[in-house]
Ligand binder design. Structure first.
Ligand SMILES: Cc1cc2nc3c(=O)[nH]c(=O)nc-3n(C[C@H](O)[C@H](O)[C@H](O)COP(=O)(O)O)c2cc1C
Length: 190
């Protein structure tokens, strides 16, 4: 059924990518994907975009179906990419049952997407309470339900969009020896 007000036509007519997007030279990417991720995050911060640290965080529900929601990236260190939430939230329960998770960042001003997936670990209580007490709404008491999790990446995929839709995608995979390898991703893309 066609939309009463031509939704499909209006969506198609919406402006998409900005004219001046950065490039991504596949031969010049770093060996460590965290380096590229941080460079893109820093670019988004420097550009003054709102919530450059917001991403879609995907978990698996009890029946195996995927579920995503927006979360804020709290930190990135050798343990992985940090997020914080209530341990008794749905996502907390899901992570306790199945620690596999993925994140999707999208910086529309630069046409950049980063996907990262792996396994989540609950970090120590000190880290969690430090995060809790740094929140703007902190009222002076600790919260035993608050938990910082670190996603230890097994893979990353970086997409640099292009106006001609020949988007450049680089996939990184962590090998059994812990070393990263990367390659162009050439499967069909929009
Ligand atoms: C911009 C934005 C940022 C958010 N950041 C967080 C966050 O860092 N931690 C969090 O627990 N929820 C955050 N939320 C709320 C979550 O999206 C979600 O609604 C909530 O955590 C409950 O998710 P769950 O029922 O899947 O556990 C954020 C929501 C938005 C819109």
């Amino acid at each position: 059924m066609a939309g009463m007000n031509d939704l499909a036509a209006r969506l198609r007519a919406l402006p998409s990518f900005p004219e001046d997007m950065p490039g991504l030279a596949p031969d010049a990417v770093p060996e460590d994907p965290a380096e590229l991720f941080l460079a893109w995050l820093e670019d988004a911060i420097a550009a003054g975009v709102r919530q450059p640290h917001a991403m879609t965080f995907q978990t698996l529900a009890e029946d195996g179906s995927p579920v995503g929601r927006t979360l804020i990236l709290k930190d990135l260190d050798e343990r992985g990419l940090h997020v914080s939430t209530h341990r008794t939230s749905r996502k907390g329960e899901q992570l306790a049952a199945d620690p596999r998770a993925a994140m999707t960042f999208f910086w529309r001003e630069s046409g950049r997407q980063v996907q990262v997936g792996g396994t989540v670990a609950a970090l120590d209580e000190e880290t969690s309470q430090a995060d809790w007490s740094a929140r703007p709404s902190y009222e002076g008491s600790p919260n035993p339900d608050w938990q910082v999790y670190a996603l230890r990446p097994a893979w990353y995929e970086f997409t640099q969009s292009r106006l001609d839709r020949k988007h450049v995608r680089i996939g990184y995979r962590r090998g059994a020896d812990g070393r990263w390898s990367h390659d162009r991703v050439t499967t069909p893309a929009g």
